[in-house]
Design a protein around this ligand. Structure first.
Ligand SMILES: *Cc1c(COP(=O)(O)O)cnc(C)c1O
Length: 881
C-alpha cells in the first residue's frame, strides 16, 4: 500500500524533537544571582515546598454530606443548575444560552457522579478487591450527558428542569462536544468496556491519554476530505476532574549505569524528565451506584518555562521545553490499523505506560500487601500493542527501584499482563527501530534484549538447532536497522493472548502467532468476542425501540442483562407489535433524513431502502467496492424505461467515515463517492430511485443518529481482514439487516440469528491467499459488470478520469490486493437478494425482529464477563456505600 505524506499538523509534528533531545547532557545555564532574599521571595520563585496538610479530624458534617445521595426531585435539580449558572458560570437570565444550560445541567449531574466515584473507589479499597486496568491509547467516548442522566435514572427530572429554564432537552444535549480520543472500533471498544465494567460492578478502570486535540474534524470541500483540529477542550469539560496531586515523573533519553547500591539493578542517568498529571473521567454505571473511571494522563508544562532565557531575551528558547512536553499529549495519531513508527508516537506510548504503571503500583502499595500478592491484586489488559512497553516498564521498576531479582520480577510481570490482538494486517504491526528505542529508552531496550535472550534460550531447549524458528520468533527482527516487534513482546510478557472474534482468534493461532502456539501450547491463546454497550447503542440512541423492548421484556432490566431481549421473539407474529416495530424504524429514518438535510443539504425520501456503510475508510473495508456497485446500479437505472425505474426499490446509499490524513487511496475513495453522489443526486431521470450521501465527520454522536435508521448495513471486508467489527452488532440490535462477508463477528452474528436472516457473499478467509496469488500472477479480466463501471469512470462522467485511475488499478488484476474484482459478481447478487426481500415488507419485518431478538451475545457485558472469568480472575461486587 502506498501512503504519501500530507501537509498537516501531524506530519510536521512527527518530525519534531524536544530542544533538549539532541544534547541531554548540556549543562543548564547557571541561575542568575538574585539580589533580594527572604523566605517570601523564595516561595514565590521556587513554588511551595512540602506536602499539603491532611487533617486527622473527620468532620462529621463533611462525612455525612459526601456519603449521602442528593435528593432526586426536580426542585433540587433546578436549584443546583441555577446555582452553578449564577456562580461558577457567572450567567444571568439575560445572557444564558443553550450552551450555558448544557454546562449548568452537566456540571450539576457530574457532581452527583463525583460522590459515587469516590464511594466506589473507597469501597473497593476497603474490601481489598483485585482490580483490572484496561490500558488503551484510545477511548472513543462520544458524549456523556445523556448517558449520565439515563444511568442515574434522572432524565425526566433534568428534562423538566431544562424546560423550566426555557430550553429543549434535545437542543441542550446537542451542545455537548464528543470526546473523540480514538480512531474507530478499537477506541470505541475501550469505551464500551469501561461502561460494562461499571454497569456490572467490576473493580476496573481504564487508563489512557488526555489528548488536547482528539480525532480531527473532517470537512468535505469540493468532494475532498480536509482535516481541521478537534479543539474539544475549548469549552469547559464537565466530565473530567483535574488531579494535580496525582502526577508522576517520566524519563526519556540519557544513559544506563550499573547501580552501586542495588546488586541487580541499573540507574538511568542524564535523562530528560517530564511529568504526567492525572485527569479522572467518571463512567456512570446504569442502575447501580457503581461509578467507574478512566484516568487520562496529560503532560505538565508550566514548570518548564525557562525564566533565565526569557530574561536574556531568548523568548522561543524560554518556552522550548514547554513546547516539547506539550507535544507528548497534544495529538491523537489519526491512523486506524496502520503503524508509521514515529518517534513522537513512541514517546507518547511511554509517557502513558510509565505514568500508568507507577500509579498502579502506588495503589497496590496502599493495600499493604506483599509483592508476591501483586498479581492477586492487579490484572492489566493491553488493548493492542500500543501499551506493550508496560511489560518492560514493570520489569524495570521491580528490578531497578524495588531491588528484585530478574526471575522474581518476571514471574510477577507475566502473571499480571494479558494482551488483546486486534489485527493481522502487516502494515498495522507495531515495530520500533532498535537504534531509536536505544536512544529514547536505553534501559528498556536492555530489558527487552534480556527478555528476548531468556525467551530464545527457552525456545532453543524445546526445539534444538532450529535456527529458522529462532529468527522467526525473536522479539528483535534482524532487519536493517533491527526492529523490536511489539506484538511478540506482548505475547512473551503476557499470560493470555486473545483475538476479538472466534474466526480472528483461530486465524492468529494458525498464521501470525503459530510459532508461539508451538512454544507455549494452545491454551495461552483464547477468544473473547467483542461486544457493544446496550446502554448507548440501544437504550440511548434509540429510545423508541427501547420502549418496545421494555414492553416485550416487562421491565428495563434488559439494559444490563441484554440476553433478555430474546423475549422480542414472542412478539414476532403480533400484528400490532410488528406495526409499531416498523413505525419505530420509519421514525428513525425520518430523523436521519433531517440530519442529512442539515449536514449535506440533500433531500432523501424516508420511504427508500436505507443502505448504510459507516466506518473508517480503508481498502480492506472495501467502501470502494460499494461505490463501484452504486455506479453499476446507476447505469442500470439509466438504461431502464421510466416505468421500469418506478418499479425498482428506491435506495439511499449512505457513507460516512474518516480516512487517515496520510492515506492517499482512502482519501481518493472519499472523493470518488462524492463525485458519484454529485452526478446521481442531480440526475432528473433518477430522482428518488437512487441517492448517494457522504455524511461528513463520522463520530460517535453521528453514529447514534445513523445506525438506528438502517434497513441494511454493509460489513464487506475481504474475508480474514476485519478482526471483529462492532458496528455490525450495533446495526442488528437496532433492527437492521446485514449485507456482509464471512469475516469477523459477522460469522458469530450469523450463528446467533440464523443464516437465513443474513445476506452473505464472497470468498472465504482460507481461500484468500490463493485468490491473491491468482490475481497477482494470472488475473482474469474483470467481469462485464465491473468492466462497464470502469468504462463509466473512464468516460469522465465523474470528472477527470485520470484522477481515479489508481482506484481502478487497485480493484482489478495484479493491484487487487483486497479482491474487489473477485467478490464483485457475488456482491451484486447479494444486493439483488436484499432488494427482493425488501419488496416483501412482512418477511422483512420478521427478519428484523428475529435478528434483534437474538443479539444477546453481543453485549459488551458478556465480553467483560468472559475476560473476568477466563483472563483476569476478578469478581463483580455491587458497591455498598
Ligand atoms: C462502532 C464504531 C466504529 C467501529 O465500526 P466498524 O464498522 O466495526 O469498523 C467506528 N467508529 C465509531 C464512531 C463507532 O461508533
Amino acid at each position: 500500500m502506498e501512503r504519501f505524506p500530507s501537509k498537516n499538523i501531524l506530519s510536521s509534528l512527527s518530525q519534531f524533537q524536544p530542544a533538549t533531545a539532541e544534547e541531554p547532557n548540556t549543562p543548564q545555564p547557571k541561575p542568575l544571582k538574585r539580589v533580594v532574599s527572604g523566605s517570601a521571595l523564595k516561595t514565590l520563585l521556587e513554588g511551595k515546598t512540602g506536602q499539603p496538610k491532611h487533617s486527622d479530624h473527620l468532620n462529621s458534617e463533611f462525612v455525612d454530606y459526601v456519603s449521602k445521595e442528593l435528593p432526586r426531585d426536580e426542585k433540587t435539580i433546578l436549584t443546583s443548575i441555577i446555582t452553578l449558572l449564577s456562580s461558577t458560570f457567572f450567567k444571568t437570565p439575560h445572557n444564558t444560552t443553550s450552551v450555558d444550560a448544557y454546562n449548568g445541567a452537566a456540571f450539576s449531574i457530574r457532581n452527583r457522579l463525583l460522590r459515587r466515584l469516590d464511594g466506589t473507589d473507597q469501597f473497593f479499597n476497603s474490601i481489598k478487591a483485585k482490580r483490572v486496568y484496561y490500558m488503551s491509547l484510545e477511548f472513543l467516548i462520544g458524549r456523556t450527558f445523556d448517558n449520565a442522566m439515563l444511568a442515574l435514572g434522572l432524565k425526566n427530572e433534568y428534562s423538566n428542569a431544562i424546560k423550566t429554564l426555557g430550553y429543549k432537552m434535545e437542543d441542550v444535549i446537542d451542545e455537548e462536544r464528543d470526546a473523540a480520543l480514538g480512531n474507530g472500533g478499537l477506541g470505541r471498544l475501550a469505551a464500551c468496556f469501561v461502561d460494562s465494567l461499571a454497569c456490572s460492578n467490576y473493580p476496573g478502570w481504564g487508563y489512557g491519554l488526555r489528548y488536547k486535540y482528539g480525532m480531527f474534524q473532517q470537512q468535505i470541500i469540493n468532494g475532498y476530505q480536509v482535516e481541521a483540529p478537534d479543539c474539544w477542550l475549548d469549552n469547559p469539560n464537565p466530565w473530567e476532574f483535574p488531579r494535580p496531586e496525582i502526577s508522576y515523573k517520566v524519563k526519556f533519553y540519557g544513559n544506563v549505569a550499573k547501580s552501586a547500591s542495588n546488586p541487580h539493578g541499573y540507574t538511568w542517568e542524564n535523562a530528560v524528565e517530564y511529568e504526567a498529571m492525572a485527569f479522572d473521567v467518571p463512567v456512570p454505571g446504569y442502575g447501580t451506584k457503581n461509578v467507574g473511571n478512566i484516568r487520562l494522563w496529560s503532560c505538565k508544562t508550566n514548570h518548564l518555562f525557562d525564566l533565565n532565557r526569557f530574561n536574556s531575551g531568548d523568548y522561543s528558547g524560554a518556552t522550548a521545553n514547554m513546547v516539547a512536553a506539550d507535544m507528548l499529549t497534544n495529538v491523537l495519531y489519526p491512523n486506524d490499523n496502520h503503524n508509521n513508527g514515529k518517534e513522537l508516537r513512541l514517546k507518547q506510548e511511554y509517557l502513558f505506560v510509565s505514568a500508568t504503571i507507577q500509579d498502579v503500583i502506588a495503589r497496590f502499595k496502599t493495600s499493604g500487601k506483599a509483592w508476591s500478592e501483586f498479581s492477586h491484586m492487579v490484572a492489566i489488559q493491553l488493548n493492542d500493542t500500543h501499551p506493550a512497553l508496560g511489560i518492560a516498564e514493570l520489569q524495570r521498576i521491580l528490578i531497578d527501584d524495588e531491588g528484585m531479582e530478574w526471575d522474581q520480577a518476571w514471574s510477577i510481570v507475566t502473571k499480571t499482563f494479558a494482551f488483546t490482538n486486534h489485527t493481522i494486517l502487516p502494515e498495522a504491526m507495531e515495530k520500533w527501530s532498535v537504534p531509536m528505542l536505544g536512544k529514547i529508552l536505553p534501559r528498556h531496550l536492555g530489558i527487552i534484549y534480556d527478555i528476548n535472550l531468556f525467551f530464545l534460550q527457552h525456545v532453543e531447549k524445546l526445539y534444538p538447532n532450529d535456527r529458522d524458528l529462532l529468527a522467526r520468533i525473536s522479539i528483535i527482527e534482524e532487519s536493517s536497522p533491527q526492529q523490536a516487534r511489539m506484538a511478540y513482546l506482548a505475547i512473551v510478557g503476557s499470560h493470555h493472548v486473545n483475538g476479538v472474534a472466534q474466526i480472528h482468534s483461530d486465524i492468529i493461532k494458525d498464521t501470525i502467532f503459530s510459532d508461539f502456539v508451538k512454544v507455549y501450547g494452545p491454551d495461552k491463546f483464547v477468544n473473547v468476542t467483542n461486544g457493544v454497550a446496550p446502554r448507548r447503542w440501544v437504550n440511548q440512541c434509540n429510545p423508541e425501540l427501547a420502549s418496545l423492548i421494555t414492553e416485550a421484556v416487562g421491565d428495563d432490566s434488559w439494559v444490563n442483562h441484554y440476553s433478555k431481549s430474546s423475549k422480542l421473539e414472542e412478539f414476532v407474529d403480533d400484528e400490532d407489535f410488528r406495526r409499531r416495530w416498523w413505525e419505530v424504524k420509519q421514525t428513525k429514518k425520518e430523523q436521519l433524513a433531517r440530519y442529512i438535510k442539515n449536514t449535506c443539504g440533500i433531500e432523501v425520501s424516508s420511504n427508500a431502502l436505507f443502505d448504510i456503510q459507516v466506518k473508517r475508510i480503508h481498502e480492506y473495508k472495501r467502501q470502494l467496492m460499494n461505490i463501484l456497485s452504486v455506479i453499476y446500479r446507476y447505469n442500470k437505472l439509466k438504461n431502464m424505461s421510466p416505468q421500469m425505474r418506478k418499479e425498482q426499490v428506491p435506495r439511499v446509499v449512505v457513507f460516512a467515515g474518516k480516512a487517515a490524513s496520510g492515506y492517499y487511496i482512502a482519501k481518493l475513495i472519499i472523493k470518488l463517492i462524492n463525485s458519484v453522489a454529485d452526478v446521481v443526486n442531480n440526475d432528473k431521470d433518477i430522482g428518488d430511485s437512487l441517492k448517494v450521501v457522504f455524511i461528513p465527520d463520522y463520530c460517535v454522536s453521528a453514529a447514534e443518529v445513523i445506525i438506528p435508521a438502517s434497513d441494511i448495513s454493509q460489513h464487506i471486508s475481504t474475508a480474514g481482514t476485519e478482526a471483529s467489527g462492532t458496528s455490525n452488532m450495533k446495526f442488528v440490535m437496532n433492527g437492521g439487516l446485514i449485507l456482509g462477508t464471512v469475516d469477523g463477528a459477522n460469522v458469530e452474528i450469523t450463528e446467533e440469528v440464523g443464516d437465513e436472516q443474513i445476506f452473505m457473499f464472497g470468498v472465504l478467509a482460507h481461500e484468500v491467499d490463493d485468490f491473491r496469488y491468482n490475481q497477482r500472477y494470472h488475473a482474469t479480466p474483470p467481469d462485464s459488470a465491473l468492466q462497464s463501471v470502469f468504462d463509466t469512470i473512464r468516460s469522465g462522467l465523474f470528472g477527470n478520469p485520470n484522477e481515479f485511475n489508481p482506484l481502478i488499478e487497485c480493484s482489478h488484476g495484479a493491484g487487487d490486493n483486497y479482491l474487489v474484482s473477485v467478490d464483485f459478481p457475488s456482491y451484486l447478487m447479494a444486493h439483488d437478494a436484499v432488494e427482493e426481500l425488501y419488496k416483501d415488507n412482512d418477511a422483512w419485518v420478521t427478519k428484523s425482529i428475529l435478528c434483534a431478538a437474538r443479539m444477546g451475545k453481543f453485549s459488551s457485558d458478556r465480553s467483560i464477563d468472559d475476560y473476568a472469568e477466563n483472563i483476569w480472575n476478578i469478581e463483580p461486587t455491587a458497591a455498598d456505600f
